[in-house]
Design a protein around this ligand. Structure first.
Ligand SMILES: Nc1ncnc2c1ncn2[C@@H]1O[C@H](COP(=O)(O)OP(=O)(O)OP(=O)(O)O)[C@@H](O)[C@H]1O
Length: 128
């Protein structure tokens, strides 16, 4: 009985994960910015590993930016559905969602510079 319940929960979780993966795949296919952010995340993580710099802040920042880009895509779709024509509120919704991605991206850039900058400078002999 109990194991049946667990198997059912796992099946439901797996089904939800499939829907979430479809959302990620759609965002990757349709949003050039998301593809750039994925590439930047891979490069930043590889640099952190190669330079033996802390990986946790890089992973946290990258997941924040990528998550917000997915939410931005969802809000764009909802806005287009709710307001196919031009509307000032549709503009506010799209611009505010885009602003959230921009703010997180700028923060991620600063964290990347703070974490990866010193070991990179040290590597090229410009840091004590
Ligand atoms: N229905 C609308 N009413 C008013 N302004 C809109 C509307 N749709 C889009 N806009 C404005 O045009 C800008 C560009 O819209 P668009 O739908 O091309 O999104 P985007 O931010 O370029 O994203 P993407 O290119 O990833 O789809 C928006 O940020 C917003 O300022």
């Amino acid at each position: 009985m109990r194991s049946d319940g667990s198997a059912l929960s796992l099946k439901r979780w797996w089904r939800s994960a499939g829907f979430a993966w479809a959302g990620i795949a759609h965002t990757y296919r349709t949003q050039a910015n998301f593809r750039i952010e994925v590439a930047a995340a891979v490069i930043a993580a590889a640099l952190a590993l190669a330079l033996q710099a802390p990986l946790t802040p890089i992973v946290l920042c990258c997941t924040l930016v990528l998550s917000l880009e997915v939410v931005n895509t969802a809000l764009e779709a909802l806005t287009d559905l709710a307001s196919p024509g031009i509307h000032p509120l549709a503009k506010i919704a799209k611009d505010a969602a885009a602003a959230a991605v921009l703010i997180a991206s700028l923060g991620a850039l600063l964290v990347g510079l703070a974490v990866l900058g010193p070991p990179m400078l040290k590597l090229v002999g410009l840091h004590p």
